[in-house]
Design a protein around this ligand. Sequence first.
Ligand SMILES: Cc1cc2nc3c(=O)[nH]c(=O)nc-3n(C[C@H](O)[C@H](O)[C@H](O)COP(=O)(O)O)c2cc1C
Length: 333
Amino acid sequence: MRRASLEDIAQLASMCHSLWPDGSIQEHARELSRLLTVTASLMNRRELFRSMAAAAGAAITGVSWRATRTGAFSASQGAAYRPWREASESSGLYRALHAAILAASPHRHTNRGPFQSHRAVAGSALDAISRLNSEPDQIHVRFWTESPQQIRELMIAAAQAVIADRQQNRDSASWFRPTPEAIALHRDGTTIDAQGLSPVMTTVAKLLPGPSDSFADRVFLKRTREVYCGPGAIFGTILVKAPCSKSARVCVGRLWQRMHLWGTAHGIAMQPINQIHERIDREATSRASTTFTRDLSNLIGEPEWRGVFSFRMGYAQRPALPSPRRDLAACLI
Ligand SMILES: Cc1cc2nc3c(=O)[nH]c(=O)nc-3n(C[C@H](O)[C@H](O)[C@H](O)COP(=O)(O)O)c2cc1C
């Protein structure tokens, strides 16, 4: 075996460092293969095989330990998901209160996965959803069936703007619960299980160490482009006449939940997509230019109506998983 020189060790150390936290998968793979080549040149064959066997054993133990810790093979399990089970076991007033925690249905989940591209929501379903609106003088649901490309582009641009705004991006990211510990502590927010990834990708995402911020941003933007604003969706925006009125906003929330429940009952998946409105709120409370306020208003084309909540709907490729909920006792005053 060639003795390792200080330069060799320094090279190894710098390669290990460059494996993470940033860079594309291809860059990581290239660095890993260079790392292995240098390691191999420092050892004879028997030592190399022995080391590889030891490394494989350690890797299997490590992966099993991490899989158990991160719940990689068990989706949406644990105390934070107990209300989903308890709802069907309770009765009387408790049953009604449980239903409130679950937004009335144990089947209603935000679906962030891909939609079926060949199957569109029928016009009759859009009419039925519009009829759920009990305040038509104050609230209106606009479906972007005529101009889906423009609202898509605005949604993607808003996601980019949120990412570019460091403060807003950080605030937004703080809503994400990446580990079982964070889920158990907060019992709210979004999780890896609720991202609508395939089962394999969900497992891989849980096994890998937490991504760097820039990698997470790139994934979010790619999913906004290709999945949230991807094929198979009808996009909609809920419009109000008084966007600053708290009671109007409560009515919008109530209407959205009604729409989502109606969709759930009819096999239609739904996801709020609110980066445009988050940017509009940011524009109103900071020095940011009023780009999205102006662009959405132009798209709506009716000055008395203002958009406050956007969403997509369609037929999902796979069902969505439940998100964490607090226990009933924690929600009672
Ligand atoms: C006002 C409001 C805005 C939301 N905006 C988004 C959004 O932009 N993107 C998204 O994926 N989910 C959005 N959601 C969905 C929540 O993240 C979701 O309701 C929460 O994670 C609980 O999951 P569940 O609805 O599946 O139970 C929004 C929900 C509300 C009430």
